[in-house]
Design a protein around this ligand. Structure first.
Ligand code: C2E
Ligand code: MG
Ligand code: MG
Ligand code: MG
Length: 290
């Protein structure tokens, strides 16, 4: 009943548990085939350095092209993949694909950019995660220092001791670690100075409230204090979901390090990102995006 699941209907549902049971079941079952049948693919969203306005990184985001239902967003299937445990092989597949892509851009003569990959709670808990990550890095010829693993703030604090150990091991191997959606699971604030991380990704929630002038003064102050705090802890800040020039101006003024969002580029197929990187390399003096 693909028709009943048309985009407008489905977007009314919140991700994961709130899906109607019939759809949950269909997606859950379908997910098992998705990997094996090559229905998953990865898009890459550029991350832009705000001082130079150049692309310095990409975030790998998984997509599912379902044979009957069309394109299904990760907000709908990642929670189901978590429940079934399929997130572990899916996450590894995404990691390998992203590392291979990074290697392919290097082999094509493009300058190195960091590649961010999202890690799920289940992956973090799986024994041998660090060894698997490092094996994939080795096999693909990826530079460990170009890999950035994003862990959402919410799952980080579920098992702070266990996660801290895993994050430490990753960093000792030279891999970068980011806290994703920072500011939404506020209880991690008290742990921040002890967590082995390199980057904070300021959640879209804070960015959305920027850029409206006087009315946004308090929002500016809040976002700026996140940036200042991060810098004092020697962390970089990447703003997510930057959509307007006004938000960009605010983030630049508060010396946020990097940003990603529709203002610069949507998540794109790898070949389109490759073209952006090539153009940037060819015209070094020009402003890359936005
Ligand atoms: P996230 O890691 O916080 O990724 C950022 C999300 O914001 C992406 O949604 C991206 O497309 C979206 N976005 C980027 N720029 C803008 C903007 O300017 N405005 C707005 N409104 N949104 C923007 P997407 O691709 O639907 O992914 C949703 C979430 O699914 C991700 O949030 C991440 O938590 C999860 N996810 C995606 N790929 C993977 C994966 O390979 N593994 C795991 N474990 N989770 C993934
Ligand atoms: Mg992310
Ligand atoms: Mg995020
Ligand atoms: Mg977010």
């Amino acid at each position: 009943c693909a028709k009943a699941w048309g985009e407008n209907t489905v977007q009314l549902y919140t991700p994961g548990a709130a899906l109607p049971p019939s759809e949950r079941l269909a997606l859950k079952n379908g997910l098992r085939d998705a990997l094996a049948q090559g229905q998953l693919f990865v898009e890459y969203q550029p991350q832009v350095d705000l001082a130079s306005r150049r692309i310095v990184g990409v975030e790998a985001l998984v997509r599912w092209q379902h044979p009957d239902l069309g394109r299904i967003d990760p907000g709908r299937f990642i929670p189901l993949a978590e429940e079934t445990g399929l997130i572990v092989p899916i996450g590894e597949w995404v990691l390998r694909a992203a590392c291979l892509q990074s290697r392919a851009w290097l082999d094509a003569g493009l300058p190195p950019v960091k590649t961010a990959v999202n890690l799920s709670a289940r992956q973090l808990k799986a024994p041998g995660l660090v060894a698997r990550v490092l094996q994939i890095v080795r096999e693909t010829g990826m530079a460990a220092g170009s890999l950035d693993l994003e862990i959402t703030e919410g799952i980080l604090i579920e098992d702070i001791e266990g996660n801290r150990a895993v994050m430490s091991e990753l960093r000792q191997a030279g891999v970068l670690v980011s806290i994703d959606d920072f500011g939404t699971g506020y209880s991690s604030l008290s742990y921040l100075s002890e967590l082995p991380v390199d980057i904070l990704k300021m959640d879209a929630l804070f960015v959305r409230r920027l850029g409206s002038g006087g009315a946004a003064r308090r929002s500016f102050a809040l976002a700026e204090s996140i940036v200042d705090m991060a810098h004092r802890l020697h962390l970089k800040v990447i703003a997510e979901a930057v959509e307007t020039p006004e938000q960009l101006a605010d983030l630049t003024a508060m010396q946020c390090d990097e940003a990603q969002g529709y203002l610069f580029a949507r998540p794109l197929p790898a070949d389109q990102v490759g073209l952006l990187l090539a153009r940037q390399q060819q015209f070094p003096a020009s402003v890359a995006l936005a």
